[in-house]
Design a protein around this ligand. Structure first.
Ligand code: HEC
Ligand code: HEC
Length: 603
C-alpha cells in the first residue's frame, strides 16, 4: 500500500512558498505563544489523525507519534514528514498548505482547517513542534508492586475458593506510574487485553475482563471463560515472561498460594505485544477440541468443515479477483474467496509472487490446481491468507504456502505491511492481520467477471457462477463486517472510549492491540526504565514501599554500579536509550541487583 504517487517535495516547496504568504505573516505573531503546542498539535489530531494515526492511509505516517514524524527516511528514499523549525522542509506542512485543492491535505471532501489553524500549525513547527505536555500527571498517586499484590490478594478473597486456581490478572500499574503514558493509552491497553484474550478464545461468548481497582490498573480473568487452562495456555504464556519477580511480602505469598501459580499476573502491554505473534499466537489460539492452530490449511479446512473443491464444483464458493494496483496489501494479482464454515465464515486469498503465465489470474481464474478441479484454466499461486470466525465471532488468522503448510510470516515478494504493525514490513500471522483487519473483512472490487462478460464458453460460464457481481458480493462483506464489529464492540467498546466519547463509533478508533504493541516496542529512556522497575519519584514513597532508590537517583546508581553497566544500562546514564529487547533481557537481573525481587522463571 506504499504510495508512489506522492507529489515531489521540491515542487511543493515552490508552490507553497508562493501561496502561503498570508498564513506566514499570521504565523510570525504566534511564535512563543503559550498555548501554541496545544493548538498546533490539535490541528494534526483534528484534521489528520483520522487517516494518519487511527488509520494508515500513508505508510509510516502517524501524527500522534513524534519520533516517527521526525524519522530521517520514513520510507526508503523519502524526506522526513516533519523537520522541527522548518515548515518548508516538512511534508506535513507542504501538503497542508499547498494551493492546489487536489493536492491539499486533508482531501477536499473532508473538514478543512481555517487560516488561523494553519497559521498555528506553521508557527508550532517553526517553534520546534514539541508535543504538548500531558496534563493528567499530577493526579496520579504512585503505586508500588506491594500495593498491586495487596490489591490482587484482596480480590482473590472475593472469589469462591474453588475458582481461585483459574483466576489470573493483567497489570497496568507500571504504565500508570509513568507520567508519559496518557489516559488514552491506559484505556487502549485495557481494550487490547480484552480484544486479544477474546481473540484467543474457544468459547461462544465474549467475556470482558473484570476491572478490579478504582483506577483500572488490575484486570481479572477466569481462564475457563476463554477455554484456557493453567497448565496449557497460561503456562505457555508465562514461560516467556521477562518481568516475573518473586517479591518478599506476605501478599505475594498468599497470591501465589491461592492461585497455585508462580506468575498469576502479567503486564498488560507485554501481553498485547507478545501473545498475538508467532509462535505464541499459534499455541494460544484456542479452538474447541484443538490444541492450538492447525499446522496446515487442509487440517484447518477439515476442522471448519470447508471443502474448497466441493464449494468450487457446486458454485458455493464466491470469488473476486483484482490486480495488485487495486489491492491494499499485495503487489500482484490476487483472488479472494468466501465460504460458509462451521463457526461462521471462512475467507481465503490466493496470492502470487508474479503475474506471468498461470499466475495471471485474469487468464486462469479457475484454480487452484488441486485434484477435483478442472486443470485447464487453473491458476498457480504461491500462498494464501485465511480468516475464519471464532465461536465468539471475532476472527482467527492463518498464513500458508501453496501446499497448505502454515507460515509465521508472509514472503515479502508477495505481501508486505506498510504500517509495520508487526514491527517491520513483514506480515506476521496474528498481529499484522489484526491491524489491517481491525473492522473484519475488508471490501474489494472484482475485475474478473467483467473480462468474461461477453464470452460464452465454459470458462466464462463458470466465472459467472463463482464471481458474483460486485453489488451482490458487497452485501456478504457488509454482513461479515457487522458480525465482527458487534463482537468487537462487546469485547472492547467500553474500554476504548474516553469520558467524552460515549457515542463514538467503534470504527473511529484504531486497533488497540497494534497501537499498544507499538508503544511497548519503543526505546526506553532512563525515566521509562525507572518506572518499569517500579521506582517512585518521591523519597517518601520509596521509604513507604521499602525501595532503596528513587527514579531520580537511578542515574547515579547506574554510574556507580559496574554490574548495572554490564547489564546494558550504561547508555541510560548519559541520556541515551536502550531497546525493548535489551530491557527484556536486563529486567530481572537489574531488579535483583537493586533488591526489588528475585527473578521468577518458569520452565
Ligand atoms: C480522509 C483521509 C485523509 C486525511 C483526513 C488526511 N490525509 Fe494525508 N493522505 C491521505 C492519503 C489517501 C494519502 C496518500 C495519497 C496522497 O499522497 O495523496 C495521504 C498522504 C499524505 C502525506 C504523504 C505524502 C506526501 O506528499 O508527503 C502527507 C505528508 C499527508 N498526507 C499529510 C496530511 C496532513 C498534514 C493532514 C491533515 C492536515 C492529512 N494528511 C489529512 C489521506 C488523508
Ligand atoms: C497491510 C494491510 C493488511 C494486512 C497486514 C493484512 N491484510 Fe488481509 N487484506 C487487506 C486488504 C486491503 C484486503 C482486501 C483485498 C485487497 O485489497 O487485497 C485484504 C483481504 C484479505 C482476505 C480476503 C477477505 C477480505 O477481508 O477481503 C483475507 C482472507 C485476508 N486478507 C487475510 C489476511 C491475513 C490472514 C493476514 C495476516 C497474516 C492479513 N490478511 C493481513 C489488507 C491487509
Amino acid at each position: 500500500m506504499y504510495r508512489r504517487d506522492a507529489v515531489s517535495t521540491k515542487l511543493l516547496v515552490v508552490i507553497s512558498l508562493l501561496l502561503a504568504t498570508e498564513v506566514s505573516s499570521m504565523a510570525d505573531e504566534k511564535r512563543n505563544d503559550e498555548g501554541l503546542a496545544e493548538r498546533g498539535y490539535a490541528v494534526l489530531t483534528t484534521y489528520c489523525q483520522k487517516c494518519h494515526g487511527d488509520n494508515f492511509e500513508y505508510s509510516g505516517l502517524d501524527v500522534r507519534d513524534r519520533p516517527s514524524l521526525l524519522k530521517q527516511e520514513p520510507n526508503p528514499g523519502e524526506a522526513p514528514f516533519m523537520v522541527p523549525n522548518k515548515p518548508e522542509a516538512s511534508r506535513l506542512w507542504l501538503r497542508a498548505s499547498v494551493a492546489d485543492p487536489d493536492q491539499r491535505m486533508p482531501p477536499k471532501d473532508q473538514p478543512q482547517p481555517s487560516a488561523t489553524e494553519l497559521a498555528d500549525l506553521k508557527a508550532w513547527i517553526e517553534a520546534g513542534a514539541e508535543f504538548p505536555e500531558r496534563k493528567i500527571v499530577e493526579k496520579r498517586v504512585f503505586i508500588g508492586e506491594r500495593t498491586l499484590l495487596a490489591t490482587i490478594a484482596a480480590d482473590l478473597q472475593t472469589i469462591p475458593a474453588g475458582q481461585r486456581r483459574d483466576v489470573r490478572y493483567f497489570s497496568l500499574q507500571h504504565l500508570w506510574n509513568n507520567p508519559s503514558v496518557s489516559e488514552e493509552q491506559l484505556r487502549f491497553t485495557r481494550a487490547a487485553v480484552s480484544k486479544l484474550i477474546n481473540s484467543l478464545s474457544s468459547e461462544a461468548n465474549i467475556v470482558v475482563p473484570a476491572v478490579v481497582d478504582a483506577d483500572g490498573l488490575v484486570l481479572r480473568i477466569n481462564l475457563r471463560d476463554y477455554g484456557w487452562t493453567p497448565d496449557n495456555q497460561w503456562f505457555q504464556l508465562i514461560s516467556r515472561y521477562p518481568y516475573g519477580l518473586k517479591v518478599n511480602s506476605p501478599d505475594a505469598e498468599e497470591v501465589g498460594n491461592l492461585t497455585n501459580c508462580e506468575i498469576p499476573y502479567v503486564r498488560a502491554d507485554w501481553f498485547a505485544y507478545t501473545a498475538p505473534r508467532p509462535e505464541l499466537y499459534h499455541k494460544l489460539l484456542t479452538l474447541p477440541g484443538l490444541n492450538g492452530l492447525p499446522t496446515n490449511v487442509q487440517a484447518l479446512e477439515s476442522y471448519l468443515e470447508v471443502s474448497i473443491v466441493k464449494d468450487f464444483n457446486t458454485n458455493e464458493a464466491r470469488r473476486a479477483g483484482f490486480t495488485g494496483q487495486k489491492s491494499g496489501v499485495s503487489d500482484n494479482n490476487r483472488i479472494v474467496e468466501r465460504h460458509r464454515a462451521l463457526l461462521g465464515y471462512y475467507w481465503s486469498s490466493y496470492d502470487s509472487g508474479g503475474n506471468e503465465e498461470r499466475q495471471n489470474f485474469f487468464k486462469f481464474p479457475l484454480g487452484p490446481k488441486v485434484e477435483g478441479i478442472d486443470p485447464r484454466f487453473a491458476f498457480d499461486h504461491d500462498g494464501g491468507e485465511f480468516i475464519f470466525s471464532l465461536p465468539n465471532r471475532l476472527q482467527g488468522y492463518m498464513l500458508a504456502k501453496a501446499n497448505g503448510e502454515r507460515l509465521d510470516a508472509g514472503p515479502q515478494n508477495i505481501v508486505t505491511d506498510p504500517n509495520q504493525f508487526g514491527g517491520s514490513y513483514d506480515i506476521l500471522n496474528g498481529i499484522s492481520c489484526m491491524g489491517c483487519h481491525k473492522h473484519g473483512i475488508i471490501p474489494f472490487q472484482d475485475s474478473i467477471r467483467d473480462i468474461f462478460k461477453n464470452k460464452s464458453d465454459d470458462v466464462a460460464e463458470k466465472v459467472r457462477r463463482i464471481y458474483p457481481p460486485n453489488s451482490e458480493f458487497e452485501t456478504d462483506v457488509q454482513n461479515d463486517q457487522r458480525t465482527f464489529l458487534a463482537a468487537l464492540e462487546s469485547a472492547c467498546g467500553n474500554f476504548m472510549r474516553g469520558p467524552d466519547e460515549k457515542n463514538r463509533d467503534i470504527r473511529l478508533f484504531p486497533d488497540p492491540i497494534t497501537v499498544i504493541a507499538k508503544k511497548y516496542d519503543a526505546v526506553l529512556s532512563l525515566s521509562d526504565v525507572a518506572r518499569e522497575l517500579g521506582l517512585p519519584e518521591d523519597q517518601s514513597d520509596a521509604d513507604k514501599f521499602q525501595i532503596l532508590t528513587t527514579a531520580g537517583n537511578l542515574k547515579i546508581v547506574i554510574q556507580g554500579n559496574g554490574r548495572l553497566q554490564q547489564l546494558e544500562l550504561g547508555p541510560l546514564s548519559i541520556e541515551q536509550t536502550i531497546t525493548r529487547q535489551q530491557w527484556e533481557r536486563a529486567f530481572q537481573p537489574v531488579a535483583n541487583e537493586l533488591g526489588l525481587g528475585i527473578p521468577q522463571i518458569v520452565f
